[in-house]
Write a protein that binds this ligand. Structure first.
Ligand code: NCD
Ligand code: ZN
Ligand code: ZN
Ligand code: ZN
Length: 351
């Protein structure tokens, strides 16, 4: 007799850190392909990053991009505004419309970056208190970010935290009662610097993959300091990654995040309850994302397979996790009462 498979129902996932590459990088990803990849991965809401070309740093660029996103996306998309020194005057108006502000303190892909304590302080004061200021901060920049939260009594969210000392600083800041939150990525939870060597440019991103002791520290904080898991889906083409002199940093992740976390849950490294908090409840709470009625993801938590089990929807077409044994398959995604994914097929996707 065949075992009856017991399916599990999760709320729609909210991925708060995604690069959709519109405008200027549409050969890597666009709203249609990126949102299809999101749905295939059980993600029904995503937040798009502003490090595009040109970057989304004015009300005009933000509005044009958000309108296009609404028209072309298969899931719900909320776009960040980017902080820049040149367009600081745009912040009050952007603050009325954009979901949150992203500020790059350290060098990464794209031209967006703000340095200088004075500039950081001005931005931290100009951005509305009730909305989140999200930081790309590595090392000492994390400390500076905590200081901004303390000094200006404002909400600060740390993107892709990856090092033991950083997660410990954030843990301390939370104990002091500061309004800080943080996310970690699946690649920093499941890969280390040894994998970076094997993967070459396909394992290169910012922050870089870390030591196993850093990875272990993240897992130690998975039920406490870490508020959410976000993919930092950062698609670049295989040609750009493998055939260029200076390969751009970043790896795709929309379609691997849920299978990887389901695998960790199946192995007992985190509970299914915590998985739901990290992927759905906290991301929506931190950014005030609207609820999606009649929206859910049906998974088979017992299904073992080699990732990916379908042709990837991300336009870049590759994953650093190809060949990974995983346990947990997405069977169906329902968005506002309508079935949008069934067994790896995104119904509205047009190739
Ligand atoms: C991101 C990208 O490609 O836009 N790259 C990355 O390595 N994470 C930028 C970023 O999130 O810092
Ligand atoms: Zn307005
Ligand atoms: Zn970043
Ligand atoms: Zn990113």
């Amino acid at each position: 007799m065949k075992n009856k498979t017991s399916l599990m129902v999760l709320p729609g996932i909210a991925d708060v850190h995604v690069h959709l590459r519109v405008p200027g990088g549409e050969h890597k990803e666009n709203y249609h392909t990126g949102s299809a990849a999101a749905l295939a991965g059980g993600i029904t809401t995503l937040m798009g990053m502003p490090n595009t070309a040109p970057p989304i740093i004015t009300m005009e660029t933000w509005q044009t991009a958000q309108k296009k996103a609404n028209n072309e996306s298969l899931c719900d998309v909320a776009l960040f505004a980017g902080a820049s020194i040149t367009c600081m005057g745009e912040l009050p108006e952007l603050g009325r419309h954009a979901i949150a502000l992203k500020l790059y303190m350290d060098l990464t892909y794209g031209e967006l970056r703000v340095d200088g304590l004075d500039n950081l302080a001005r931005i931290a004061q100009l951005w509305p208190r009730e909305k989140v200021l999200a930081l790309h901060a590595e090392g000492d920049s994390v400390k500076t970010g905590i200081d901004l939260a303390a000094k200006y009594h404002r909400r600060v969210h740390f993107c892709h935290i990856s090092r033991k000392e950083e997660i410990e600083w954030i843990s301390d800041a939370k104990k002091q009662g500061l309004s800080v939150t943080c996310e970690v990525t699946p690649h920093h939870l499941f890969l280390n610097e040894g994998d970076a060597k094997c993967l070459g440019s396909l394992g290169d991103m910012r922050p870089r993959l870390a030591k196993q002791s850093d990875v272990d520290a993240l897992w130690e904080h998975i039920n406490s300091t870490i508020d959410c898991v976000a993919s930092d889906h950062a698609p670049h083409t295989l040609a750009e990654k493998q055939n260029s002199e200076n390969p751009p940093p970043g790896v795709p992740g929309l379609e691997s995040t849920l299978p990887l976390l389901l695998t960790a849950a199946a192995e007992g490294r985190l509970s299914y309850e915590r998985l739901i908090i990290l992927l759905a409840v906290n991301p929506r709470r931190i950014y005030g994302l609207p609820e999606q009625p009649d929206t859910w993801v049906e998974v088979d938590p017992q299904a073992s397979y080699i990732f990916p089990d379908h042709e990837l929807y991300t336009k870049c077409g590759w994953s650093p996790f190809s060949g990974f044994p995983v346990k947990g398959r997405i069977r169906k995604v329902v968005l506002r009462g309508k079935e949008v994914v069934k067994d790896g097929i995104v119904h509205q996707y047009i190739r």
